[in-house]
Design a protein around this ligand. Structure first.
Ligand code: GDP
Length: 490
């Protein structure tokens, strides 16, 4: 990878500035051919260290063949290896128009650079040992982050929070493997003997640790990809009003005529820093109307693809068959019961709701308070995960609903912070899962008192799987796949 690559690293559009990045052994040569310092446009002095100390220099990009000035710029050269890619790197800060960036890029390509592939700068950083694979993946997440929680999780991953946990697990496996190998190779010698019971103990402790890490992937996936929450309920219970309140802007139609929201309305928001995509479904009801049937079918699909359902009920009227029809669509999926219209006199009480749910076989065991700020939102072990009372008319209950959503995302705990590692990436979760199963097999064998060489294979495999997270044991195909998801210029 000794060739020199260049790309536009800022988005193409209009902006104050746009940056061209060049990396590789020839960076300085390319920069010197296209850059003329100051206003005069004289070539850089031969041998003079015009770019020492990584100082930004003002000047022009001039086509050395035609002598034409292409743009007025600032440029900097950074000697490797203490750069992002680990190689010599240059940046040219042009005016942020597509025209300026394209012509300057084209010139650098003519003067010795090759167009960088998507993610190639970060891939070079990985191959040069500046970042491990999990850290490189955090870079994509940083670029794509739309909310604070997503960004914070990516920053911690870039900082190595996940990599350190994985490394620690692999170190423990290495120690154990050494012990196993010593026992296999020199059983008669004076080595620390490994009784099956001790082996099982070691394995079970490592397995617990992996499980703990893996348990963060529920929150992690939502933090990275967003929570899909479907708003479901019979017509006229206040679904659109609820969506509006959640979005804090009026986009969904609010009317008195049942069944007007036939098409699904989807809105992505950042709620307390959590990315959430709300889907407002058509009112689900039994109908013969073919158009409405399509809406009901779309709602069913949306429910099936959701992480969580906001099941909206009218607290002003007795629960009825139309509600149970919606419940049948929800099936065994997790939901928050939203008792809306809590301002009306004939209010459905929580006990009534729970008894009603129980009559359809939906459990409500494990009711417990969410904490000192409990204001109606409750956590249930099965059936609804919370019951929240709201009045869209009086603007009440939205923050309780937000509490319940937050509690679902963070599984009742606080948003992760500081050193805590969060598994946000499905690739990592999958590898943790597989390594758990390898260690689980080894553990079972050890518990049965089987020969330790049987256990060794699983241990080695788990060690390799964990290494794929940080990239130490990842093959070229995995590396290619990871970087293929990057954008140009990163
Ligand atoms: P959807 O069909 O479920 O989407 O329900 P809408 O949001 O369109 O609301 C239906 C009707 O109920 C509208 O007239 C709303 O103004 C009214 N509504 C919504 N929420 C409340 C509430 O909390 N209290 C009262 N009294 N009326 C509400």
């Amino acid at each position: 990878m000794s060739d020199t690559v260049a790309a536009i690293s800022t988005p193409l559009g209009e902006g104050g500035i746009g940056v061209i990045r060049i990396s590789g052994a020839g960076s300085r040569a390319v920069l010197e051919r296209v850059f003329r310092p100051g206003k005069g446009g004289a070539a850089l002095r031969e041998g003079a260290d015009d770019f020492s100390g990584r100082r930004m220099r003002y000047g022009r990009v001039v086509d050395p063949e035609s002598g034409d000035t292409l743009d007025e710029v600032l440029a900097v050269f950074m000697k490797g290896p203490r750069t992002y890619t680990g190689e010599d790197t240059a940046e040219i800060h042009c005016h942020g128009s597509a025209a300026a960036l394209r012509r300057v890029l084209t010139l650098t390509l003519r003067e010795g650079a090759r167009l960088a592939e998507a993610g190639e700068f970060t891939k070079r950083a990985f191959l040069n040992g500046r970042l491990d694979l999990a850290q490189a993946e955090a870079v994509i997440d940083l670029i794509r982050a739309k909310t604070d929680t997503t960004f914070d999780a990516a920053i911690r991953q870039l900082d190595g929070s996940l990599s350190r946990r994985v490394k620690n697990l692999r170190d423990r496996l290495t120690d154990l493997l050494a012990l196993v190998a010593a026992n296999l190779d020199y059983p008669e010698e004076d080595v620390e003997t490994l009784a099956p019971r001790d082996l099982a103990e070691h394995l079970s402790s490592i397995s617990d640790e992996i499980e703990k890490l893996n348990a963060t992937s529920h929150t992690g996936r939502i933090v990275r990809e967003g929570l899909r929450a479907v708003i479901a309920g019979k017509p006229n219970v206040g679904k659109s009003s609820l969506l509006n309140a959640l979005l804090r802007e009026s986009r969904a139609i609010v009317t008195d005529v049942p069944g007007t929201t036939r098409d699904l309305i989807e809105e992505g928001v950042s709620l307390r820093g959590i990315p959430i995509r709300f889907v407002d479904t058509a009112g689900i009801r039994e109908t013969e109307d073919p158009v409405e049937l399509l809406g009901v079918a779309a709602s069913g699909d949306a429910i099936a693809r959701s992480d969580l359902i906001l099941f909206v009920l009218d607290a002003g009227r007795p629960l009825d068959e139309a509600d149970s029809h919606v419940l049948s669509h929800i099936g065994d999926r997790r939901f928050i019961a939203v008792l809306n219209k809590d301002d009306l006199p004939a209010r459905v009480r929580e006990e009534e709701l729970l008894a009603w749910l129980a009559s359809f076989g939906v459990g409500s065991a494990g009711l417990r308070d969410l904490g000192p700020s409990d204001a109606g939102a409750r956590d249930l072990a099965e059936g609804p995960i919370a019951v929240v009372r709201t009045s869209m008319k009086e603007g009440r209950g939205i923050s309780d609903l937000e509490d319940a959503l937050e509690s679902f995302v963070f599984q009742g705990g606080a948003p992760p912070s500081g050193e805590s590692a969060l598994v946000t990436n499905v690739r990592h979760a999958d590898l943790l899962e597989k390594s758990l199963s390898e260690i689980g097999d080894g553990l079972a064998a050890a518990r049965r008192g089987e020969a330790i060489d049987l256990v060794e294979i699983g241990l080695r495999r788990a060690w390799e799987l964990l290494g794929e997270i940080t990239g130490e044991t990842a093959g070229a195909d995995i590396v290619e796949e990871v970087f293929a998801r990057f954008c140009l210029g990163k």
